[in-house]
Design a protein around this ligand. Structure first.
Ligand code: ZN
Length: 724
């Protein structure tokens, strides 16, 4: 390349973009494009990918088409370019016909150097007819991983690009760009775009400033999440989970617990999404709770943590999402919560997918599970996944910081390599494990593999043990997986050498994810509360009840007392969050309890903030609201039950639950019709003198004259009037 051109490159870089130097491969990539060659760029987001096509587009004759999947980001990109004085424009379905016509005129006049289009725009006849009249310099395909259904963001319309280009636009150079692509996805991109001759530029996938960790997802995962977020030195992060519903619920819960959080998912309308995203970028929120929809093309430098509340569906998605942390190269944390049930749930979900897709999802999910369970350095595993090798330890992941036990593995490795060799390197992991374990199945028999010397040699160890050995054999380069041949395992040179001359080698055991001892305890005994405080509050309850002349259980139930002794509320607002209490009930009875708890906390030096008190919204579902509204309107209970397709018993169950959550219900309109004033008084008097709230005892005492329904309804009336 002539020196003159290099000079011009640097001049433009400085004058237009304001940089003195190119980063990493940028210069070579740009020169490659300027020579009219097909080019494939794999570069992490934030690495300066877009400059690679923007600069040559400006310098070359003709118009460059940039295909990008996200209409919302297109405008941003074009605005940015225009602010630098670069003539860029966009075409997509959101524009008015007037604007479209103007844009086309401008392009035809030769004024525009870069035209951003959505892939579906390219499929429209009139747009193509228009583009045919232009002289193209090249087509850049941004976010090229969308081409592959092995990737994490497959878009079918992306698979049409080559066809459209060939049919309509002629053979122009193609530049494919993506931030993540496994070897499988890379192959897909090259063959689908028909650019197998492309020069491939791949930057390292290693992000040394990111710390990776996976923890067991506890029974009370919400509480665990809040605690994890509050433990972060800087609260600025993204929480990813799988469902939209969960996004909404978690965001609401975080806000209740003083973490400013906003939801983000495809179910929100575009305006709300943009609003939440911008507010997050401007630090009005500390946390975005999102499904995978969030983050594509977003370049926020100082996201300090990414937490996966649910297990992602593929390692590529995991890498891409964790990659949104620490773009500024400062230390950042990537945490995943995992429970084996997550895996089972995703596996079940897979079964509903069409055949081909199901097979792919299964492979991806197995790889994800392998990553989670493996004791091998996380970074080494991730980089291996993207076809990059890495030293054995990064010292910046949980497996490096807390290694699992190691074991001498040569004997096991030999069995695996023997099995692969004896089956001629034609079979996948499932099959090899069956051979080693001596499992007879039609596939084994049709290949006569039950006759192999290795058949059944590993029947003392379980399946997951052998999968783990195979994973480590792959990562340590004894085996290779042929992704073009049904994932078949083959020996590498290193593997063949090992079989010729064995040597000592250590592998590591898998991680085990199960409840910790302390977690188990709280789950089974459930006596996490402060028993001293509980007894103190119980005495106080007697006193309050006596003063008011009402039964103790109507003041507060035992379960509410236990909760008080667990979370130490010291304000009315906090008190009203306790189960069985509403704000009005807290106001009615709360003061003496708050005083007592305050004193107790001070006397005993209890630091209440050390335990995270998870506040949750009273579970007043739509159904409950419906019942409360109907009772307010004095609707006949039978009618309500009928409308909800419930028996009367079931309805009363629900009304009781509402009453116990502290809501005052007026059922007089109904009770007056079924019981006389005297009868009502008799039941009322019984509850007033009762020592405890027990419907069986009440029935024993009153059952001669009244049925259970009468008694239960009267109890609701009584509690509503006295307790709530
Ligand atoms: Zn590591």
């Amino acid at each position: 390349m002539p020196e003159k051109l290099t000079k011009e490159l640097y001049k433009n870089l400085k004058e237009i973009f304001g940089y003195d130097n190119f980063r990493e491969d940028q210069e070579t990539i740009i020169k490659n494009i300027l020579q009219g060659k097909n080019t494939f760029v794999i570069m992490p987001t934030g690495g300066g990918k877009s400059l690679c096509y923007q600069l040559p587009a400006i310098m070359q004759e003709g118009l460059a088409i940039i295909i990008s999947p996200l209409i919302a980001l297109m405008k941003d990109q074009v605005d940015q370019l225009r602010s630098k004085g670069i003539k860029a424009a966009l075409l997509n379905s959101t524009l008015s016909q007037k604007v479209i016509n103007e844009t086309k005129q401008e392009v035809l006049s030769g004024n525009i150097k870069m035209l951003y289009v959505a892939p579906e725009t390219l499929n429209k006849e009139d747009n193509l007819a228009f583009l045919k009249q232009t002289k193209l310099s090249f087509i850049a395909v941004d976010e090229a991983h969308c081409i592959s259904d092995w990737g994490h963001d497959f878009r079918p319309e992306y698979r049409n690009i080559r066809y459209v280009a060939n049919q309509q636009l002629g053979r122009v150079p193609i530049i494919a760009l993506t931030a993540t692509a496994t070897p499988r996805v890379q192959l897909d991109i090259l063959s689908n775009l028909d650019i197998n001759d492309a020069t491939v530029f791949q930057s390292s996938f290693n992000r040394p400033n990111l710390y990776y960790e996976i923890r067991y997802k506890e029974e009370q995962a919400d509480k665990q999440l809040i605690k994890l977020i509050k433990e972060q030195p800087q609260i600025m992060g993204i929480v990813y989970c799988q469902s939209r519903k969960q996004v909404d619920e978690l965001a609401a819960l975080l806000n209740l617990n003083d973490i400013k959080a906003a939801p983000y998912h495809a179910g929100l309308d575009a305006n709300a999404r943009i609003k939440n995203q911008e507010a997050f970028l401007q630090k009005q929120y500390n946390v975005i709770v999102a499904t995978i929809a969030f983050g594509m093309g977003i370049d926020t430098p100082d996201v300090r943590f990414v937490i996966h509340y649910d297990m992602p569906k593929s390692l590529e998605a995991y890498y891409q999402e964790t990659g949104r942390a620490g773009r500024d190269s400062l230390p950042s944390t990537c945490l995943m919560l995992y429970s084996p049930e997550d895996f089972i749930r995703l596996e079940r979900l897979n079964k509903t997918k069409p055949n081909g897709e199901r097979e792919k999802s299964k492979v991806l999910l197995e790889e994800m599970k392998g990553y989670i369970t493996s004791g091998v350095c996380r970074r080494k595993q991730l980089l291996y996944y993207f076809g990059e090798s890495f030293a054995d330890h990064c010292n910046n992941c949980d497996n490096c910081k807390n290694p699992t036990e190691g074991y001498a593995a040569q004997e096991y490795l030999q069995i695996v390599l023997d099995a692969v060799q004896q089956t001629q390197g034609l079979f996948d992991t499932d099959h090899i494990v069956s051979v080693i374990q001596g499992v007879n199945n039609p596939n084994i028999e049709s290949h006569q593999h039950q006759k192999l010397p290795t058949f059944g040699q590993g029947n003392k160890q379980n399946e997951s043990f052998w999968r783990s050995v195979i994973r480590q054999a792959l990562i340590h380069d004894y085996l290779i997986k042929d992704i073009q041949k049904n994932e078949a395992l083959e020996l590498t040179k290193k593997g063949q050498d090992f079989l010729k001359k064995k040597y000592e080698i250590n592998f590591v055991k898998d991680n085990i994810y199960e409840p910790t001892e302390s977690n188990k305890k709280t789950m089974t005994t459930n006596k996490g509360y402060d028993e001293n405080l509980f007894h103190l509050l119980k005495k106080l309850r007697e006193k309050v009840a006596k003063e008011k002349g009402i039964p103790a259980y109507t003041v507060l139930q035992d379960s509410s007392l236990e909760e008080l002794a667990l979370v130490y509320p010291t304000t009315l607002e906090e008190l009203a969050q306790i189960g069985g209490l509403s704000m009005s009930k807290a106001v009615k009875f709360g003061q003496p309890f708050i005083q007592a708890i305050k004193k107790y906390v001070e006397d005993n030096d209890i630091i209440t903030s050390s335990d995270i008190v998870v506040k949750s919204k009273a579970s007043r579902s739509k159904d409950k609201v419906y019942i409360i509204q109907q009772i307010d309107r004095k609707t006949d209970l039978e009618e309500i039950a009928m409308a909800k397709s419930q028996t009367m018993d079931e309805l009363i169950d629900e009304i009781e639950a509402i009453c116990y959550s502290g809501v005052k219900l007026n059922l007089n309109y109904y009770i007056d019709n079924i019981l006389s004033k005297d009868e009502q008084q008799e039941i009322y008097d019984y509850f007033m003198q009762a020592k405890e709230d027990n419907i069986k005892q009440a029935y024993k005492a009153l059952g001669d004259h009244y049925n259970e329904e009468d008694i239960r309804l009267m109890r609701i009336k009584f509690l509503s009037e006295v307790a709530n």
